[in-house]
Each structure stands twice: as structure tokens, then as C-alpha cells.
Design a binder for this molecule. Structure first.
Ligand code: ATP
Ligand code: MG
Length: 396
């Protein structure tokens, strides 16, 4: 198939907007005789006039070849092998053109069959994510009608949606993610397939689903995303305890203002709070409904809550769980269970204490009666506080 080509005066992507390291990686691969393009979310975001979060590159070179061209690179992944080229903190992801049977409904367990550039586009999820950008010719290359879908603000799978969702149910979460983030419509067939296939989400790898949920918490569109996850019944499938909480609370749900505040922070400061802090926002309101009377039962109760919320599907990394327990239990240093005021306003000696204070910041933003107490804990004399945390670099 001949792709449609869009030139610079049509697509209006300015070359300067492209990350210079990504540009360098493409040039270098081409000098070595390989094909290489910018692809996926980066191209989509540039066309939408947004700042891309990351720049992915697709190439004809095999992972081993890429690895050999860039000294500063590592091979990663098994299910999906690719190369990370590192420039300081920054990582450019380079993946080899792949092929895939887009009609088959079998669950994909491994995806390392090399292919042509056209095949590589066809195995991608949505048409808006299937565009190549060639920085040398400054053209957008479109095999899937992604360009018109972007201007129509339309989400459409590449290939038959039911098969594509059954192959990889995580794509349904990604569909809700793009709908929430961009406010795009779903194409009718894609929408029908979502309704048909949504319960298949439990067949995907929990770690991948958790990663998408965490990314959405950090995205600046967490509120609309969790709302739609709830509306489609997928919240109940993935996180049953949270699903019933949403059902029971409807519009009075205290998690919603937390998410809304997280979205505001991300949009204003273009960097997200700590991931575990974001997770704790989903748990804190549930914990408040089952607080024990004495503080030595608190930790146990928090563990029980975490088990309940994340089981049976997810397995939380042990470190994440430990941090969650700390963040949640520390809240009751700020607002003791017995209702008395703390004797001093010193933060616990723990590197995560500032993050715990940040959770308190969320609570106080949502319940203004906590404001005076929050300010006592957030004294500049304690040197650090959420105002400083804010400026810290994103972790993890
Ligand atoms: P984000 O802005 O959240 O990073 P993204 O579209 O860039 O969104 P990535 O996870 O970074 O998402 O993936 C990069 C590209 O890889 C996508 O644009 C898409 O082309 C392809 N892709 C990602 N996940 C899938 C999937 N599950 N199935 C098919 N293609 C996928
Ligand atoms: Mg991306």
C-alpha cells in the first residue's frame, strides 16, 4: 500500500520541537544504512501541538545492531525486546520494525517478529499512534489514515477492533486513556468492541495494567480516566473494592477531588507527584471508613486494606506496599486517631516524610478545616515541605 505523505507546510511540525537526542539517534541509524523514523505518541503529540512525553524511534535495525551502534544503550524486555539509548537521565526507546497478524484474536504473548515499516505500523494500537515522522525530509508518513483521524479527533483501532482487543486487552485501557487525555470520540466499531471485550482485561499481565494505571494517575487526566474506567465497569473488574466504593459514593466520592487536584498540579507544573503518593489517594478515603480505635492496630488495618483493594488481580511490588503503609500511617501522626493534637510538629525522620506531608497537603486542600494544622506541620523551619517537594525531580 502507498502511504499518504504530509509535507511540512501541511503538518506544521517544527523541526526544533524534536528532541535533539532522538534526532541524533535517527541520523546515526541512517548513516549506518538503516531506516529510522520517529513514531507513535511523539508524532501524535507534536501534531496536536502538545509537548511529547517521550520520543520513540522505529528502525529496520535489529536490537543487537542498535545496541552495537550506541555505546550508551541497553537491551530490555522479553515479551517486547527493544533498546534504550541513554543520554544522562533521558532515555530514547528504539524498537525494531515488527510484523504481527492483526486479524488473529489470540492473546499475544511474545512480539518479536521482525517486519517491514508498513507492517510495523499495522501492528500498532490506534490510527493516531500509527504515524511516522521523517525528520530528514520533514514529512509525516501515514499508512493507516491516522492523520485525518487526528484532525477529526477520532479514536479508531488499526484493523478489526475485537481482534485487536482480544490480542492485547491492555489496548482497551489505552483507549480510555486517550479518550480521557485528549477528549476524543471513539469510532463506533471501536466503541462496540470495547463493550464486547472489556471483561477480557483480566487476561492481561497485571504489571502492564498497573503501569498504565500509574501513568494515568500522573497524566493530568486522572479524574476523567478513573470516571470512565468506573463507567465501563472495568474498575470493578480490576479493583473490586475500589469499584464498589465508587458505586456506593457516586458524586460524593472523596477520591474525585483528590484526583482533580492531582490533575491541576500536573497541568500547572507539568510534572507529576510521586507515584506511590498518587496511589495513596485512592486508598486514603477507604481507610478513613475503617479506622481502628487504637494506633497499634493501624498498620495491620492498612495492610488489610491494601490486600483488599489490589487483590485478586494485582500484585504490588513489596517496596510500593511498604511506602504506601508509611504514607498512610503517617497521616495519623498529623491528625492523631485519638483526636488530640500532636505534641510537636516535627516530621518523622524518614526520606518519605515529605511525601507523607504532601498527602496531608492533598487532604487539607480538600478539607479546609485541616489547613491550620497543615501549616503547622509545613513550617519553613523544618527546612523541607511540600513547597520544596514540588520542585524536586520526578521519581521513578
Ligand atoms: P504516552 O503518551 O502515554 O506515552 P504512547 O502512545 O506514546 O502514549 P507508549 O506506551 O509510549 O504510548 O507506546 C508508544 C507507541 O507504541 C504507541 O504510540 C503505539 O504506537 C505503540 N503501542 C504501545 N502500546 C501498544 C499496544 N498495547 N499495542 C499496540 N501498539 C502499542
Ligand atoms: Mg509514549
Amino acid at each position: 500500500v502507498q502511504p499518504r505523505i504530509y509535507t511540512a507546510d501541511e503538518h506544521r511540525i517544527e523541526l526544533e520541537k524534536i528532541d535533539r537526542h532522538a534526532h541524533y539517534v535517527i541520523q546515526k541509524l541512517r548513516e549506518e544504512g538503516h531506516a529510522a523514523y520517529l513514531v507513535g505518541g511523539g508524532v501524535r503529540d507534536l501534531l496536536l501541538g502538545r509537548r511529547p512525553k517521550d520520543f520513540d524511534i522505529s528502525t529496520s535495525a535489529s536490537p543487537e545492531e542498535v545496541r552495537q551502534i550506541f555505546r550508551n544503550s541497553i537491551l530490555i524486555g522479553r515479551r517486547f525486546r527493544l533498546v534504550h539509548v541513554r543520554f544522562g537521565q533521558k532515555v530514547i526507546e528504539v524498537s525494531t520494525f515488527r510484523s504481527g497478524d492483526i486479524e488473529s484474536s489470540d492473546l499475544i504473548v511474545r512480539d518479536n517478529e521482525w517486519g517491514s515499516e508498513e507492517e510495523d505500523v499495522l501492528r500498532r494500537d490506534f490510527t493516531i499512534n500509527g504515524l511516522f515522522y521523517d525528520p530528514e525530509k520533514q514529512v509525516v508518513i501515514d499508512y493507516v489514515d491516522g492523520y485525518p483521524d487526528l484532525s477529526r479527533r477520532m479514536l479508531r483501532t488499526i484493523g478489526p477492533p475485537e481482534a485487536r482487543f482480544k490480542q492485547d486487552p491492555v489496548r482497551m485501557i489505552r483507549l480510555l486513556k486517550f479518550a480521557a487525555r485528549f477528549g476524543f470520540e471513539m469510532d463506533e466499531q471501536t466503541y462496540q468492541a470495547l463493550l464486547e471485550c472489556k471483561s477480557a482485561i483480566l487476561q492481561s499481565a497485571p504489571a502492564r495494567v498497573l503501569e498504565e494505571l500509574l501513568r494515568m494517575l500522573e497524566s493530568g487526566a486522572a479524574l476523567p480516566f478513573f470516571r470512565s474506567l468506573d463507567q465501563y465497569g472495568m474498575l470493578k473488574d480490576l479493583l473490586p473494592a475500589l469499584g464498589s466504593y465508587f458505586e456506593q459514593k457516586k458524586e460524593d466520592n472523596p477520591i474525585l477531588p483528590f484526583l482533580s487536584l492531582a490533575d491541576d498540579l500536573v497541568q500547572k507544573e507539568s510534572r507529576a507527584p510521586d507515584r506511590t503518593l498518587l496511589l495513596s489517594l485512592l486508598l486514603f478515603p477507604l481507610l478513613q471508613e475503617r479506622l481502628p480505635h487504637s494506633s497499634h492496630l493501624l498498620q495491620q488495618e492498612i495492610h488489610r486494606l491494601i490486600d483488599e483493594v489490589f487483590s485478586p488481580f494485582f500484585l504490588l511490588p513489596r517496596k510500593t506496599r511498604a511506602i504506601l503503609v508509611f504514607l498512610l500511617s503517617t497521616q495519623f501522626r498529623f491528625t492523631p486517631l485519638d483526636g488530640k493534637e500532636a505534641r510537636s510538629f516535627r516530621l518523622p525522620k524518614d526520606p518519605m516524610a515529605i511525601t507523607a506531608l504532601e498527602l496531608f497537603y492533598f487532604r487539607a486542600a480538600v478539607s479546609p478545616d485541616l489547613q491550620p494544622l497543615f501549616h503547622k506541620w509545613n513550617q519553613p523551619s523544618s527546612k523541607e515541605g511540600p513547597h520544596r517537594t514540588r520542585r524536586r525531580r520526578k521519581q521513578g
